[in-house]
Design a protein around this ligand. Structure first.
Ligand code: MG
Ligand code: MG
Length: 647
């Protein structure tokens, strides 16, 4: 699969864009005329710079309002075309993109347009150049690739071909089967873009909301398969107009683009055996996630003591300490938490930047090595750490926000890492975080009452809003996970966008909360912890009331919910007042959907906004979004007591 991206898709000055594009691994770039305007150099300078980065210029654009013009305008459009050809020759590219005419003075008629293109083909051929014709979804007379193809066919010139753009075809729901009958040598290039389904003006939608294949809702895979089945083996070029991308980090956006094309190619290879011309390298299947193996916190000794005290109130017992590192293992039900207080290595570096945080997650997959191979094929960065003799080397990749994702499975010794690397301790109290001294012989603090927490229900990651597509693509490309529609969570200080990636079995659920400003709770977390990360961990219980009782015995401090909430929730759902009273007594939040009921109980915050959640699902599929506003108000109240100035 030959890959290309339009320079408009990413932000920055031209050299910065080209560097990011080359580094991400693209083969080529589309150069826009605007690239010269903002850059102090001639087309020849730009061409040289592109080639110095090892890239090919796949096309030059745009050339607008060409076909069907009445005289004397027609004559002038040919003069304009000759000037574009001059630029292309200086630049060192042979393909010009002509998009369908939007001028109100243009004349319709397929024959007239075909004649214009034939003449343009003659002029291009004289210079060894080619012209591709693209139907804009909002073109005056031509707004459908089938009509554009008819014009190209009748122009009957070897230097005139068709340009397909997934957005223009899919936004208008044009039948993609019509692509299969186009001869591959008449398709000069294929542009790809996805977009979220939003009902709005096509031009505005296209100019502001396009995104990478797989990030939106359009059937880009089916479109690409139809193209590939023609035998087309040219460039697939991302042409993404998106306000977020134009404001984002060039390297991250370019890397996303490359990942999206590789993932798209992999999907097409699997779904369409007839699409061999794509020549996409094979990679393992998306990794099936069976559960969360552990979550690891990094902290210094002092913060660790506070964290461990909270874990204890949650009913966790310290069950092991690492053989060679200052890492303690805490367990309850199927949940494993590690507290790492090493003063060197990645955990410590992470602590230095972010403070105490849940910086690593281990996922139990069907095959850890295969998952690692797939992640690397999709451009993820592997993480390798030093291990002591006899210890298990757990494969890991860097997550989007700089955190780690460890990969465990049950088919190798990875499934037994906690037995191999940790010395069991019979500590009922969970005191101390990995101090080696006196392992197993420490005086036992008072016993912890088990709180019936069974497994990790979900992991909530707070990310900068503009990074959300990156995270979604990362998870869905590597793991067998689906994204759900975005919902808005109202924080009193602004909107937080929330979107879930989860697997079908519910063994891995990740909620991504995109913060747009720093005054929201999520935004505060990002600002204070210097980056995206896990902001809360939700554990599942089979009986929230039994859990609440145990937590009380352990001295757990629940997040105190406003009494007004309970009047509202009772009225909204017609709850039995006796149930409302029980909820209120234990600060439990309630929600219901078509599938069942949901109960939520929160801790107060720890550090700069981290907290724990306990949930009981009785068939319920969601995450309690209607309760978020009450939860956020309560958390904010707790973090900034009355009368205290805001930090
Ligand atoms: Mg286009
Ligand atoms: Mg939650």
């Amino acid at each position: 699969m030959k890959t290309s991206i339009a320079t408009v898709s990413i932000s920055g000055e031209l050299p910065e864009k080209l560097e990011a594009i080359a580094r991400a691994g693209f083969d080529g770039v589309e150069i826009f005329e605007n690239d010269f305007l903002a850059f102090d150099g001639s087309p020849a300078d730009v061409g040289r710079m592109v080639r110095d980065y090892g890239l090919t210029i796949t096309l030059f654009q745009p050339f607008r309002d060409f076909e069907g013009m009445p005289e004397p305008l027609r004559g002038r459009t040919f003069d304009r075309a000759e000037r574009k050809f001059d630029v292309m020759q200086e630049l060192g590219t042979d393909l010009l993109l002509v998009c369908s005419n939007v001028s109100p003075v243009s004349l319709g008629g397929i024959e007239r347009a075909a004649a214009d293109f034939h003449e343009l083909g003659e002029r291009a051929a004289a210079r060894g150049l080619k012209v591709g014709y693209e139907a804009l979804a909002w073109g005056r007379h031509i707004s459908d690739h089938r009509d554009a193809w008819e014009i190209v066919r009748r122009a009957d010139h070897p230097n005139i071909g068709l340009i397909l753009d997934s957005f223009h075809t899919l936004s208008k729901k044009i039948d993609i089967n019509s692509i299969r009958s186009i001869p591959k040598d008449k398709i000069f290039i294929v542009q790809l873009a996805d977009a979220p389904l939003i009902d709005m003006d096509l031009l505005y939608w296209s100019r502001h909301f396009r995104n990478m294949p797989g990030e939106g809702d359009l059937p880009v895979r089916e479109f690409t398969a139809a193209v590939a089945e023609t035998g087309y083996d040219g460039y697939f070029s991302l042409e993404i107009f998106n306000d977020q991308f134009r404001g984002g980090q060039p390297r991250a956006i370019a890397a996303d683009g490359c990942r999206s094309l590789i993932y798209l190619g992999d999907q097409v290879r699997r779904s369409s055996p007839g699409a061999a011309s794509l020549s996409v390298p094979a990679m393992p299947d998306r990794a099936r996630v069976e559960g969360v193996g552990f979550v690891e916190f990094s902290a210094d000794e002092k913060d660790a003591a506070d964290l461990v005290a909270i874990l204890k109130t949650l009913g966790f017992r310290r069950t092991g300490i690492h053989r060679t590192k200052k890492v303690a293992l805490f367990q309850q039900g199927g949940i494993r938490l590690l507290v790492n207080t090493e003063d060197r290595g990645f955990a410590n570096a992470s602590f230095a930047v972010h403070g105490t945080s849940a910086y690593a997650t281990a996922l139990v997959v069907d095959d850890a090595q295969a998952a690692l191979a797939r992640a690397m094929a999709l451009g993820a960065e592997p993480f390798i750490q030093a291990v002591g003799p006899g210890e298990v080397e757990i494969p890991a990749i860097r997550g989007v926000g700089g955190g780690l994702i460890y990969l465990l499975d049950d088919r190798s010794e990875l499934g037994r890492f906690s037995e191999i690397d940790f010395i069991p301790v019979g500590d009922k109290a969970g005191a101390g975080a990995g101090t080696r001294t006196g392992a197993g012989t420490e005086p036992e603090a008072e016993a912890v009452v088990p709180a019936h927490l069974d497994h990790v229900d979900h992991i909530a990651q707070t990310v900068a809003y503009e990074e959300m597509p990156t995270w979604l693509l990362f998870y869905t490309a590597i793991f067998e996970m689906q994204k759900t529609p975005m919902v808005d969570i109202i924080d009193p200080a602004g909107v937080v966008r929330s979107q879930v990636v989860e697997n079908a079995s519910g063994t891995l659920r990740i909620t991504l909360n995109g913060a747009e400003n720093r005054r929201t709770l999520a935004g505060h977390f990002i600002a204070e912890t210097f980056g995206s990360g896990i902001q809360h961990l939700a554990f599942a219980t089979g009986d929230i009331f039994k859990t609440a009782k145990a937590l009380k015995q352990n001295g757990f401090r629940p997040l105190s919910i406003s009494p007004n909430y309970y009047g509202d929730v009772e009225a909204r759902f017609g709850l039995d007042p006796a149930l409302t009273e029980r909820l209120k007594a234990d600060n439990i939040l309630y929600d219901r959907d078509d599938n069942g009921e949901y109960f939520q109980l929160y801790s107060t915050t720890y550090g700069e906004g981290f907290f724990f959640e306990i949930v009981e699902r009785r068939g319920y599929k969601g995450y309690g979004a209607p309760n978020a506003i009450f939860r956020i108000a309560a958390l904010k109240k707790q973090m900034r007591p009355e009368g205290m100035p805001r930090k």
